[in-house]
Design a protein around this ligand. Sequence first.
Ligand SMILES: *Cc1c(COP(=O)(O)O)cnc(C)c1O
Length: 364
Amino acid sequence: MSRPAIAHIRLDAFRHNYRIAKQSHSGKALAVIKANAYGHGAIQCAQAIENEADGFAVAAIEEALQLREAGITAPILLLEGFFEVCELPVIVANDLWVVIHHLWQVEVLLETPLAKPLNIWLKLDSGMRRVGLSPADYSHAYSSLSQHASVAKVVLMTHFANADDLNSDHTQQQTVIFQKAIAGMGKLSATLCETSLANSAGILSWPHAQGNWSRAGIMLYGANPVPEQLTGQVLRAVMQLTSRIISIRKIAKGESIGYGSTFTAERDTTVGVVACGYADGYPRSAITGTPIAIDGQMTRLIGRVSMDMLFVDLTDIPSANIGSQVELWGDQVSANEVAKSAGTIAYELFCNVKRVQFQYSDAG
Ligand SMILES: *Cc1c(COP(=O)(O)O)cnc(C)c1O
């Protein structure tokens, strides 16, 4: 026997979600599996769609090499490009694609002879103001890079700041800025450039802002970044985080529980203690009322989450017992709702999962 906190990772759901990402977009789709596939296991996720994925995207070379060592041969894009010049030979040797997001990277590329020309994704800052070349520098960088011996192919890319906000016109503005910046580029090069704009929210909500390549992240893991949006095809939760009840006690109306005594019973209450806490990645900031399912029945978190344990209200679930199965998020409890109740986003919940056992399944 061991501690019953388990992250069940359903690779068939991951594959299903990748297919939705592909179908929702007329072009090709990179599967974004940075940060260990948002906490789900990058190698397992990559292998699950190896035969159909157009490519993968990760944050850095360490993540890419892990995939290459596991036998993944598909294209892999480094979303922040290289950090140091010494990465370039390794990038070439492993056939990695690189984002170029700053002029210093442009200069290094122009000065460094390479054994083989690189595929680069030249990033425009169209309004997110994080990374990317300014519109003023963009076409000049493009013309010097596209004619250079170190560069094989250029994809023109940008990234949206507010694609999850259906009421904001920011995405439309960014798209216009991007289109303007690339308008003259066809003339600068013999081959027409491919483009890439959309993350998950862009794919799901902004059909006019897609380009040739999409970059699907969070939707692959089953969390819709635009929760109010009704999609025709339903994403499936990939991670189901479960544990079990390890203790039950009755407290009288007026008694408090847990650190800080933050919950005081408003009626006589049956309290279940669950073997899962913030050291497992369950957010400590989750407040009383956060949804939790016990043996398939919905109830709520009560009191403060501790490192290894948390409390649930079992008053209305008399059948619950020691050993009852608890779903922290997954099929019944949406990670988006838990995140909202904890003042964060599903991305962060997934990335934080640790210490629990990871069990992989693939129903094909
Ligand atoms: C992480 C990332 C994505 C994926 O975003 P999601 O919102 O998870 O779909 C796409 N593009 C870039 C540049 C990223 O860094």
